[in-house]
Design a binder for this molecule. Structure first.
Ligand code: ZN
Length: 157
């Protein structure tokens, strides 16, 4: 399931990436380009802008009702009956994350972080490094209860 969020939904887009959903987001994008991405890449358009409802041949669209990003996440999860998350994606650029060797991140993270953590991940697209203590994990723990017991990450106990 892939998404594209309209320009008003930046926070939602970052949060969906943290939950592992491939979500495109551009701060400055025309409606035309937004639709082009959505159709060409078979992405579900997430929007709060009701004028999209009048466009024909739009493909899939989810109209969000809430102003609150957390509520919006809940709306998305409910609309598609999502019960499990995928491995997190980079909240900044939507790139896939992969485990990084500790030696490789030596110069990329603050010293106290380097010594306090043993597992790191880095974004294959922008190179940003993530570790267990980042908002990445905390956020997923916070969102988990919203979608019930089935919301645990696949493959983890
Ligand atoms: Zn990235």
């Amino acid at each position: 399931m892939k998404f594209i969020a309209d320009a008003m939904l930046g926070r939602l887009a970052r949060w969906l990436r943290l939950l592992g959903f491939d979500t495109l987001y551009y701060r400055d994008i025309s409606d035309g380009d937004l639709l082009k991405h959505a159709v060409r890449e078979e992405r579900i358009l997430l929007t709060r802008d009701t004028h999209f409802l009048n466009i024909k041949n739009l493909g899939k669209l989810l109209m969000l009702h809430s102003d609150c990003p957390l509520e919006q996440v809940r709306e998305v999860l409910a609309a598609f009956d999502i019960k499990a998350f995928c491995p997190a994606r980079c909240p900044g650029c939507n790139g896939a994350l992969s485990p990084a060797d500790k030696k490789e991140v030596r110069d990329l993270v603050p010293e106290h972080i380097f010594f306090a953590h043993s597992s790191f991940q880095s974004c294959r697209s922008c190179g940003k490094v993530f570790w267990e203590g980042t908002h990445l994990k905390r956020f997923r723990e916070r969102i988990g209860p919203l979608i019930g017991e089935g919301g645990r990450e696949a493959g983890k106990k």
